[in-house]
Each structure stands twice: as structure tokens, then as C-alpha cells.
Design a protein around this ligand. Structure first.
Ligand SMILES: [Fe+2]
Length: 199
């Protein structure tokens, strides 16, 4: 007899802080004309500012440094998951920041048109206990009893908004951001990625 685990979801965590990134984001946000400049899924986003979807392509050095580091982390994650070195091109077709004010939150969603996604936490806004990213298990269970309690125990992965943390996750993972209760600004950058083997 043998029992194995299948359908595990890889999630990577990296850490690095970037001097001046917060100030750069805030200076861009100060020029926003609308709260959700992307115009995407506005009804799911509450009391937060969102940039257009090209943020990691801005020319500011700190943003380019962050982008380069994200690409290096992403490559490491793919090589870890595939258990071999890869020679891929990496694309970030969509990237944006969120600045969440008190009581802001983001309802459950997933990211389309990408294989991997990332969230980089710039500032916790003064509260690690709120404004957490909550990833839901992709296992869609129905009947529950004591015999499959292990599914319940793995039904959610909570990621507090620690500054400098990067989370990389497959795009099929649904997630939300719980209501933020801090007095400052919770600031994150997120991206959608596609990667293809070089010809
Ligand atoms: Fe998201």
C-alpha cells in the first residue's frame, strides 16, 4: 500500500527592501485622477487607489531595480518547480500598485491571462493583523466529515503585508485582501506574468 500527495500548489516567498520605492509610488498616486486608474474590476476594490497596469515598466531606477529582482526570483521559482534550469523569456504584461486606506479591502478574485502572479509588499500601513492577503485552496471540496478534515486544515494561506516580502503564486489561486484597519497606507505592487521557452 502507498499513499501520496498530489495537486500541491507552489508558493514562493522572497525578501528584499528597496530604498525610495514607497516615496516613488506615493508621488505617482498623487497625480491620479481616479481611484482605480486601470478601470478593472472596480466593484471588487474598496477604499484603495490602483494605478494603470504598466507600473513595473516605469523608468524610475528603483522601479526597474524591483522589476529586475522580481524577474530573478520568478526564474528561481520556475526552476525550483520544474526541477531543472530553464531558458525562458519572461513578460510582465500587467503590473500595478495598490494604496489602501483604513477600512479598504479587495474581494476574492484571481488573475487572468497569466501563468504566475506576484505581490510585493511595500508598507504594512501600521497593521500586520489586518489587510492580509488570504489565498484560498484550489481544492473545491463538497461533503465534509472527520475523514477529510485535512482539506479544511489546508483551506487558506494567510500572508501579512510585511514590507519587503514578495509572494509568487500560480494564477489559478483565488485570493482576497481583508479589511485594512491601520492608520497609515497599506502599499503593495502586484503583477501578472507570462513566460515562454526561448526559441
Ligand atoms: Fe490579486
Amino acid at each position: 500500500m502507498s499513499t501520496s500527495g498530489y495537486f500541491a500548489t507552489p508558493i514562493s516567498v522572497y525578501n528584499k527592501k528597496f530604498e525610495g520605492l514607497k516615496e516613488t509610488i506615493v508621488s505617482y498616486a498623487d497625480t491620479q485622477k481616479e481611484d482605480v486608474e486601470s478601470g478593472v474590476a472596480v466593484s471588487l476594490k474598496h477604499n484603495l487607489k490602483e494605478s494603470k497596469f504598466d507600473f513595473l515598466h516605469k523608468e524610475d531606477k528603483v522601479i526597474q531595480d524591483l522589476r529586475q529582482w522580481i524577474l530573478e526570483c520568478w526564474k528561481l521559482t520556475i526552476e525550483s518547480v520544474h526541477k531543472k534550469d530553464v531558458n525562458f523569456d519572461y513578460f510582465i504584461p500587467e503590473s500595478w500598485y495598490h494604496i489602501t486606506e483604513k477600512d479598504g479591502y479587495h474581494e476574492t478574485h484571481y488573475h487572468a491571462n497569466c501563468s504566475w502572479c506576484g505581490i510585493y509588499y511595500v508598507d504594512d500601513g501600521g497593521s500586520l493583523e489586518s489587510g492580509q492577503t488570504k489565498f484560498l485552496s484550489p481544492i473545491d471540496g463538497m461533503f465534509m466529515d472527520d475523514g477529510n478534515e485535512f482539506i479544511n486544515q489546508q483551506s487558506i494561506f494567510v500572508s501579512p503585508a510585511q514590507a519587503g516580502k514578495l509572494i509568487l503564486f500560480p494564477s489559478y489561486l483565488k485570493h482576497s485582501v481583508s479589511q485594512f484597519k491601520g492608520n497609515g497606507k497599506r502599499i503593495t505592487i502586484a503583477f501578472n506574468g507570462q513566460s515562454y521557452e526561448k526559441n
